[in-house]
Design a protein around this ligand. Structure first.
Ligand SMILES: [Zn+2]
Length: 408
C-alpha cells in the first residue's frame, strides 16, 4: 500500500486521494493552502453573503444551522450568533445513538446561545430496521444518520422559507483534498448523494424489513422546484475562516462550557462526543473495510498542524486503529446479531488491497503505515512541530464508563 509521506493516509482512502511526486497526499496539499489565504478578506466576503439573507423586517429566521451537540455545532452557532449577528433556526436530526454528554451539549447550545431549535426523532423501530439494512447493504449502520443530517435541515429550510443554510467545514476538503479552498465549494445534492449517502437513496430501503415510503419521509430530499422556489443555498464556514478544530474546541470549552468525552479508539476526546458509534463501531467498520481508523484521521490532522510528529502519529495508530470497540456489544444486542454474523456481513466489503484471508478463515492486514516510517521524501516533506499544546483531556486518565443508547 502506498501511504502519504507527510501524514498517515493510505492510497485506498474511501473518499479518494492522490499523491504528488514527493508522495504528499492531496489532503496535505490542500491543508497547506490555508497559510496563503487572506482570511480577513474571506470574512468580509462571508459578511457580504450573509447580509443578503438577513431578514430585513425581522419577520423570519436569517439562516438554518444543523446542530448535533458536537464541538463544531458549538463553534458554528457561536460564529453565526456572536460574530455574524444572525438569528438562526437550529435543527437537529436525532440519530438515537446519543451519549449523555452529547445530549447535555445539545441542550448547552440552545441555552448558551439562546436560539430556537427543532429536533426530529424518528420512530425508534424504523431506525433499528434501517441500521440493520444499511449494515448489510454497505457495511455502515449509520446511513440513516448521514442522510438525516443532510436532509432534515434542507426540508426545514424549504418549510420555513429560510434560504441560507450554514455548515461547518467541508469534511472531504481538508481530509483528502477533494476540493481546493480556492474553489469556495458550496452544499450540493450531488455531494450529499455520492458521499454522505454512499450512492444509496431512501428507495433502496423500500420493502426491506417491511419499510414503506411513509417510514422514510425524513430521508427524501426536497424537489428542485421546491429548492428553487425558496432559493436554498448552503455555505461552509471552512471556506471563510482558518478552520482549526482543536483551537476552536478549546475556545468552546473555555467560554461556552462544551464537554469532551474520552474515546476508546483515539487519543482525541474532542471529536464525535455525541455518538457512541462514531468513534466506536462505525469507525471500526472503516478499519475492517480499509485497514485504518479514526486515530489515523486524528493523527493526520495533528501532523499537518505541526502538533505531533509522523512517528508519534504512527504510535497512536498502532495503539488504537485495530482495537475492538466496547460499544460493539451494545450494537450487536440492539441489532439482535452475533459477532460472527456481523463479521460475515461485511466480509464482502473488505478491501483486498489491504486485507488477506488466511486458510483458517481469519483476516490479516497486508501492510500498515508502521512499515512506511522511512519511505523516500519523509524527511524532506516533514512539518516541523509548531504547536506544543496538548489535548485538554487524555484517554489514559479517564474511564470510558458504560455504554447505553440515549434515544431522546
Ligand atoms: Zn497526507
Amino acid at each position: 500500500m502506498k501511504y502519504c509521506t507527510r501524514c498517515l493516509y493510505p492510497a485506498n482512502h474511501p473518499y479518494g486521494i492522490t499523491f504528488d511526486e514527493k508522495g504528499v497526499c492531496s489532503g496535505c496539499r490542500v491543508h497547506e493552502e490555508k497559510d496563503n489565504i487572506n482570511y480577513k478578506e474571506r470574512l468580509s466576503i462571508l459578511k457580504d453573503i450573509v447580509d443578503k439573507y438577513r431578514s430585513k423586517d425581522n419577520t423570519n429566521y436569517d439562516c438554518i444551522v444543523g446542530v448535533s451537540g458536537g464541538k463544531d455545532s458549538h463553534f458554528i452557532v457561536h460564529i453565526v450568533k456572536n460574530v455574524l449577528k444572525l438569528n438562526p433556526l437550529l435543527v437537529t436530526y436525532n440519530h438515537q445513538f446519543n451519549t449523555q454528554v452529547g445530549i447535555r451539549n445539545l441542550k448547552n447550545i440552545v441555552r448558551k446561545f439562546d436560539c430556537d431549535h427543532i429536533r426530529f426523532t424518528q420512530k425508534p423501530n424504523i431506525i433499528k430496521k434501517m441500521a440493520k439494512i444499511s449494515l448489510k447493504k454497505m457495511g455502515d449502520m449509520c446511513w440513516h444518520c448521514h442522510t438525516g443530517i443532510g436532509t432534515f435541515p434542507i426540508q426545514i429550510a424549504v418549510k420555513y422559507n429560510v434560504p441560507l443554510i450554514i455548515w461547518g467545514d467541508h469534511g472531504n476538503q481538508d481530509m483528502v483534498g477533494q476540493f481546493s479552498h480556492y474553489d469556495m465549494v458550496e452544499w450540493t445534492k450531488k455531494i450529499r448523494q455520492e458521499h454522505a449517502m454512499r450512492g444509496f437513496t431512501w428507495r433502496d430501503f423500500i420493502n426491506e424489513e417491511g419499510l414503506k415510503k411513509s417510514d422514510l419521509l425524513t430521508y427524501i430530499y426536497p424537489s428542485d422546484e421546491q429548492l428553487e422556489a425558496v432559493g436554498v443555498r448552503g455555505i461552509y464556514l471552512g471556506n471563510f475562516l482558518n478552520w482549526n478544530a482543536k483551537q476552536q474546541t478549546e475556545l468552546m470549552i473555555k467560554d461556552f462550557g462544551f464537554e469532551t468525552l474520552t474515546q476508546e479508539r483515539s487519543y482525541n476526546c474532542y471529536e464525535n462526543v455525541e455518538c457512541w458509534h462514531c468513534s466506536g463501531t462505525h469507525d471500526y467498520l472503516k478499519y475492517l473495510k480499509f485497514g485504518f481508523g479514526r486515530a489515523t484521521d486524528h493523527a493526520s490532522y495533528d501532523i499537518r498542524f505541526g502538533r505531533i510528529t509522523r512517528e508519534q502519529g504512527i504510535d497512536f495508530v498502532k495503539k488504537y486503529d485495530a482495537k475492538r470497540p466496547k460499544d460493539l456489544d451494545i450494537l450487536l444486542k440492539y441489532l439482535e446479531m452475533t459477532e460472527v454474523e456481523f463479521e460475515t456481513t461485511i466480509e464482502k466489503l473488505r478491501d483486498q488491497d489491504i486485507w488477506k484471508k488466511n486458510e483458517d478463515g481469519t483476516w490479516i492486514v497486508k501492510d500498515s503505515i508502521a512499515n512506511h516510517m522511512n519511505d523516500d521524501f519523509v524527511e524532506e516533506v516533514r512539518v516541523p512541530i509548531k504547536d506544543n499544546s496538548k489535548y485538554i483531556l487524555t484517554p489514559e486518565n479517564e474511564d470510558i464508563g458504560d455504554f447505553e443508547h440515549v434515544f431522546m
